[in-house]
Ligand binder design. Sequence first.
Ligand code: BEZ
Length: 232
Amino acid sequence: MIAAVRPSISTMPGLTIGDTIPDLELETTHGKIKIHDYVGDSFCIIFSHPADFTPVCTTELGGMAKCMPEFQKSGVKLLGVSCDDVESHKEWIKDVESFTPGSHVRYPIAADPKREAIKQLNMVDPDEKDAEGKPLPSRALHIVGPDRKVKASMLYPASTGRSMEEVVRVVQSLQLAAKYMVATPVNWKPGDPVVISPGVSDEEAKRMFPQGFEVKDLPSKKGYLRFTQIES
Ligand code: BEZ
């Protein structure tokens, strides 16, 4: 008997890092939105949820709303996607705000009853279907840059709620890397030292980072692990 197998990652089509986000026109709780116009010249987080009025999604939407002041400070926009219709989203927001005190869902949530958007945005969960057998979104999240290209993506199943702290952390890392020739090391948190990108020579690094940098002495003596501190 031949077992059914899913296509391997390399043959699976789907939006990934470096791709331009499709310029879809979406019905949202804030009216019609064209994704490229909405992104404008900001970073934008586009995130999906399996369905309205479900437990984990309700906690996540509130978590995202609570992070809004943090995102606004860094000029980051948010756009939620859930397949149910706009009227359902508006009703659901009342539950979300009631469950998470202090949260105000001020970001738009798109409807996608035909599942066109979730397919184009690579947000379909192959294991989740609604009562009519229609596909449902995974907990997908794309962080899009001002150039409308995907800078980072997260894909979680319905059973695992995301860490909003991690989303904030990744956005801050991306924004630092976009501004300076740096990258953020393991378990980096805002305010921690960053590493200087490998393409930067020591001479260039001296000009770019007048605050100085520390070269770690490693067995290879290659001098590639250089830490510096960026003031926020
Ligand atoms: C939830 O949000 O809790 C959920 C949604 C769909 C499937 C499983 C859990």
